[in-house]
Write a protein that binds this ligand. Structure first.
Ligand code: C2E
Ligand code: CA
Ligand code: CA
Ligand code: CA
Length: 275
């Protein structure tokens, strides 16, 4: 029994080592991919209920791998977060997205952009300065950029993070709370921070109509705070109608479009069929 136990430990060690080696390989591949421009934003439309058109797009990172094809964020964002590479990925995403917005504007497409920002990025001392430089270099109106942060950031008591949030807001950049309703929210802090937008998490939308009261309560709170309300994860006509009827300002989800390449997003926005 003792020997068997030892064997099990050895197996466990080995699989741990393999996992570690795999992670290191992935991280090194990811570094190369970033350098080679394989990490690119895809865009998912945010449809305005009042304007009845796409007024904004959310940028979502994709790894365009020469052999393996399209790799989703769940397969590389966690390791990027863990290693700190997320700071470089995040900076590259911001740069590409702001540049794309300006290119669209020059071609007569008026659309705001939102970018996901990780906690680690917001804890970097020069984050706000970097965003400001990117906007300035591209001549981009700050009010057309929104940074999506998760609500867990609100309970973080990190002075660098708080200063960065205050700085970017002072620049006129919008702040959205992502995945709202999934974590513990400090409502007092939320109110204090005066965010511009709240994105109601997909899990709440997809629980409709069972949890209708909860979602109505969230919407009432958002209206009280006078923030833009986005319903995430809209997959059906029924969900789209419910969200519009209950006063969500923007709707986002597969019902409107999956995240697509910049070119396909442009086609969609011009009202043409996707390629
Ligand atoms: P998120 O920010 O909450 O983004 C929404 C996710 O839900 C996206 O997954 C999107 O494709 C998916 N989604 C949109 N509509 C629907 C729908 O109707 N039904 C369903 N089932 N899913 C829908 P994706 O692109 O795989 O991204 C996953 C997460 O990875 C994002 O969640 C975000 O947290 C993270 N992420 C993506 N890009 C970046 C990035 O550039 N930086 C950082 N820090 N995180 C990123
Ligand atoms: Ca998001
Ligand atoms: Ca979300
Ligand atoms: Ca998320």
């Amino acid at each position: 029994a003792k020997a068997g136990g030892r064997n099990q430990y050895r197996l466990f060690d080995e699989s741990m080592r393999n996992q570690r080696e795999e992670e290191l390989q992935l991280l090194s591949d990811l570094r190369d991919a970033l350098r080679d421009g394989q990490i690119v934003p895809y865009y998912q439309p945010r449809y305005s209920a009042t304007a009845q058109r796409t007024v904004a797009v959310e940028a979502l990172a994709r790894w365009i791998h020469p052999e393996r094809g399209l790799i989703m964020p769940s397969d590389f964002i966690p390791i990027a977060e863990k290693s700190g590479l997320i700071n470089q990925i995040g900076a590259s995403m911001l740069e590409q997205v702001v540049r794309q917005r300006c290119a669209w504007e020059r071609r007569g497409l008026d659309v705001s952009v939102s970018v996901n920002v990780s906690q680690r990025q917001l804890c970097e001392a020069d984050f706000a300065a970097m965003v400001q430089r990117i906007l300035h270099d591209n001549g981009c109106d700050p009010s057309r950029l929104e940074l999506e942060v998760t609500e867990t950031l609100l309970i973080e008591d990190n002075p660098v993070l708080s200063a960065n949030l205050a700085k970017v807001r002072r620049l006129g950049i919008r702040i959205a709370i992502d995945d709202f309703g999934t974590g513990y929210s400090n409502l007092a802090r939320l109110n204090e921070m005066s965010v511009d937008c709240i994105k109601i998490d997909r899990s709440l939308i997809q629980g409709l109509p069972r949890n209708e009261e909860i979602v109505r309560l969230v919407i009432a709170m958002c209206n009280f705070m006078q923030v833009t309300i986005v319903a995430e994860g809209i997959e059906t006509l029924a969900e789209a109608e419910w969200a519009q009827r209950h006063g969500c300002h923007e709707l986002q989800g597969y019902f409107y479009s999956r995240p697509v390449s910049a070119m396909e997003a442009e086609c969609l926005m011009r009202g043409q069929a996707a390629l």
